[in-house]
Design a protein around this ligand. Sequence first.
Ligand code: PEP
Ligand code: MG
Length: 576
Amino acid sequence: MTIAISGNGISRGIAIGPVHRLERGEIEVYEASIHADLIEDEVARFRRAVRTARQQLKAIRNSIPDSTPVDITDFIDTHLLMLEDGMLTVAPVDLIRQHQCNAEWALKIQRDTLAQVFDQMDDPYLRTRVDDVDHVVTRILRILIGENATDTPGDSLRGAIAFAHDLTPAEAALLYHQGIAGFVTESGGPLSHTAILARSLGLPAIVGTHVTPHQIRDGDTVILDGMQGMLLADVDEDTLKEYRERQRTQQKRSADLNRLRNKPAVTTDGTHIHLMANVELSDDVRAARRAGADGVGLYRTEFLFMNRDDVPGEEEQLEEYLKIVKALKGLPITIRTLDLGADKSFSAHTSEHIAPNPALGLRAIRLCLKHTELFRPQLRAILRASAKGPVHLMIPMLSNAQELNEVLHLIESVKQELQRERLAFDWNIPIGGMIEVPAAALSASLFARKLDFLSIGTNDLIQYTLAIDRIDDAVTYLYDPLHPAVLRLIRMVIDAGLHHEVPVAMCGEMAGDPRYTRLLLGMGLSDFSVHPTSLLEVKDVINRSRIDDLKTGVARILDEEDPLRIHEMVKALNEA
Ligand code: PEP
Ligand code: MG
């Protein structure tokens, strides 16, 4: 009978192959007291284990081909740095001496202390960093207990689905190079480095399954659906055939779409559409270029501020922005100023104020205007980057005229400061605003009059219009881009842009969902900024659409109030 296991599907794609268990089980650690005369021997044993762990990690790093993206080797470097850090090298030694206990126990106490510190962090991303500590601690423990901790489980991995309790990013990278088709882990969350890595490698994977039934044995053929977060074992021939067919369809589809990479996005009645990419890290630009993006329509700079204890200064930010400008080779980039707050807080600023309702609190431009010591260096860095390429500056979460005037005034004063210092920048750098608060959409004309471009952030616009916290699973079912109120607000922004001859883009997830492409084209949207992995899907729809044919259907949809009818009408529009 089919066994189905669900977890967090962290990257798309279907993988079918034999199970290869890497499971070594969790390590039980017991306390043992050490005689006073032998304490320094125990300390030496611990230090030897740390040294061996370092050697192992360096060996893994050296075995990874140069072509591997830097973010992968970064993970391994992070673990190497942890092995140099006093929190894992000095503190356990103090504990061995203090408690006169075995090295394993001292390491466990220190691990639990660190886990508590991470657990108290507000930032969900930083909270998941305890995984990194665990990976490093486990490596040292395995060495201490004499278990073979090598990361090279053999050559039999090509095409296999690796099963593990957990995988370090280093292990995942190595398994990828050994040809695994996908992996499943019992622990781990969708924000872990291992998950990020799987996504960037395009490796189908599921994490956090909690259990792996023992009936699933090495060599059994299983189906891993990374999109649905579903693993199927002991399947009958018909199911296997069906998934093989789906897998072939997916592979064929992405091969077909690849042919569009160098083709422009243009409707059959000749309207050219700007199809830009959203990027979070400077390394994502590679994916944007591979997908043939016309540029970057949203660079979320806050990721540069996360996962660290200090604030990146002007020079560091400039260097990072210039990396992207250079990689884009003349294509435009819209750099969004910091959108910190709500679910995107960072250590250097979280301690200060815990908002009772973070999404409605001091977030994005509100936080930046209150903390100009944070904002000015960023504005200086963005402006200075504009001397080297077509940089646009974009302000998130604007909600009223006073705020807008204040930002524009601040930008002007920073420009004058740079001029006094004889630092180069583009005086005419286009300045745009994100429309993601209903108040801003309702008064879009005000923003269109004073700004060079607008960009609709549907992720927040939907959250604030429908009063549903976008990170709260309990209300996800209410998150509806086709809610008539949302559609009306989008239309108002597009119309305000057309009226004032100011370009309007959309950079929220809605822009990257091919189910909405025709609707948005019919509403007059001609600038889309989407995740690189969705870009070709959206381009495909654009290149098969005729705007003139969409207008009547879209006008009817915008007049409709029944959500079910709207969904049906949008479906019909896509099938026409
Ligand atoms: C949005 O709100 O749609 C958007 C693009 O910004 P973010 O998702 O970063 O809040
Ligand atoms: Mg937003």
